[in-house]
Design a protein around this ligand. Structure first.
Ligand SMILES: NC(=O)c1ccc[n+]([C@@H]2O[C@H](COP(=O)([O-])OP(=O)(O)OC[C@H]3O[C@@H](n4cnc5c(N)ncnc54)[C@H](O)[C@@H]3O)[C@@H](O)[C@H]2O)c1
Length: 344
């Protein structure tokens, strides 16, 4: 199926995006408005999280924006009413924070997900829900490329709660007939990600560091492989998953399908910002404990079932991301406080 045909399926559709002011949700919103969908965004705009109204600026007068918290059952119920498709992305996104503040992660990444699912059950029309899960459900990696049958060796509360939330979605499919699909996203990067701290995505954080003339710090030799996937490719995966006839609570990996050594990614960023140095330091214990080992995504299942595939190479994606932040940096890193640097 061509992207144009998938977009045309959304024309006139009523779509709710939870967490739609963040990096992934806003990228989806821009595409849906282009497709002629009727888009509602629900976002709590919590400080330190990724919500940024500038992300939605190009479509601000073509969407309905609700500043509301997924933890409020009433707000969620009224937001879901009438929706035919729900892209469910509202979340606490940092696995480091999840291990430090377990209850907040539980509240947002589990309990609030039940609010959404119960609202979908109560709403007249049963919307199809596409849930944003994470590669962190797999935790410690036993083999590569990682397919959906890989064991769940979660190393973070975030990974555990994403796995639970996937199961909530499937439960509501089986018990209440609500069509759902979950996407286990690898390491997304690209325009519109918050740059206030380093706890979301290391590619973006390296881009900020390079633009500020700071060295890029690599733990150890930096040989661990990661699957960096460009935000536009991830947004398309959500659209294809919603459009597809898969409705049974299936889980799909979403990534580039390619492993890139960590230090290679650092050098790609450094080469595009002349004068940037890459330096190596010892691992710290907190990061060592959550290190998953090499991760490369097997994306054959989502390719087969929906026709989706990635298109943007790491070189192209980093160049586009740099270009975006060169133009918009003051809107994304408002805090200059030196927060602990981590390497997801
Ligand atoms: N960024 C990553 O590295 C990554 C990797 C795998 C999966 N994911 C998942 O993808 C989804 C989107 O991530 P993103 O990178 O766009 O993050 P983001 O922080 O940019 O977007 C998440 C949005 O959710 C909103 N939000 C958080 N709690 C909320 C609540 N209680 N009620 C309403 N809104 C709330 C935030 O304000 C933010 O705008 C998340 O579910 C995340 O867990 C992200």
């Amino acid at each position: 199926m061509t992207p144009e045909a998938v977009l045309s399926w959304f024309r006139g559709k009523r779509v709710l995006i939870t967490g739609g002011a963040g990096m992934l949700g806003s990228t989806i919103a821009l595409k849906l408005v282009e497709a002629g969908a009727r888009v509602k965004v629900l976002d709590a705009m919590l400080a330190t999280y990724g919500g940024n109204l500038f992300n939605l600026e190009p479509v601000r007068d073509q969407i309905q924006f609700l500043q509301a918290d997924l933890r409020s059952p009433e707000a969620v119920l009224s937001a879901v009413e009438g929706a035919e498709v729900v892209f469910n992305l509202a979340a606490q996104v940092s696995y480091i924070d999840s291990n430090r503040d377990l209850i907040t992660d539980l509240d947002i990444n589990c309990k609030a997900q039940i609010n959404l699912l119960e609202a979908a059950q109560k709403a007249g029309a049963r919307p199809k829900i596409v849930f944003a899960s994470s590669r962190f459900v797999y935790g410690k990696i036993e083999y590569n490329p990682v397919d959906e049958k890989h064991p769940f060796n979660c190393l973070s509360i975030y990974g555990i709660h994403k796995l639970v939330a996937e199961k909530y979605h499937k439960f509501f499919t089986l018990q209440h007939g609500i069509p759902t699909v979950s996407l286990r996203i690898a390491n997304p990067y690209g325009p519109r990600q918050q740059m206030k701290h380093s706890k979301y995505g290391i590619v973006n954080w390296f881009i900020r560091s390079a633009l500020e003339g700071k060295p890029l710090t690599v733990y150890g030799e930096g040989l661990q492989a990661r699957d960096y996937v460009y935000v536009e490719d991830v947004a398309w995966a959500f659209l294809y998953a919603a459009w597809s006839d898969r409705t049974g609570g299936e889980c799909y990996n979403v990534g580039s399908g390619t492993g890139t050594p960590f230090q290679e990614m650092a050098h790609r960023v450094a080469e595009l910002v002349p004068g940037t140095r890459v330096i190596h330091t010892e691992w710290n214990l907190e990061n060592q404990l959550v290190e998953t080992g090499n991760y490369v995504t097997d994306i054959s299942k989502i390719r087969r079932d929906t026709g989706w595939g990635p298109h943007v190479s790491i070189g192209e994606g980093v160049a586009r991301t740099l270009d975006f932040y060169r133009r918009n940096r003051e809107l994304y890193w408002k805090s200059d406080s030196p927060l602990a640097e981590v390497q997801p």
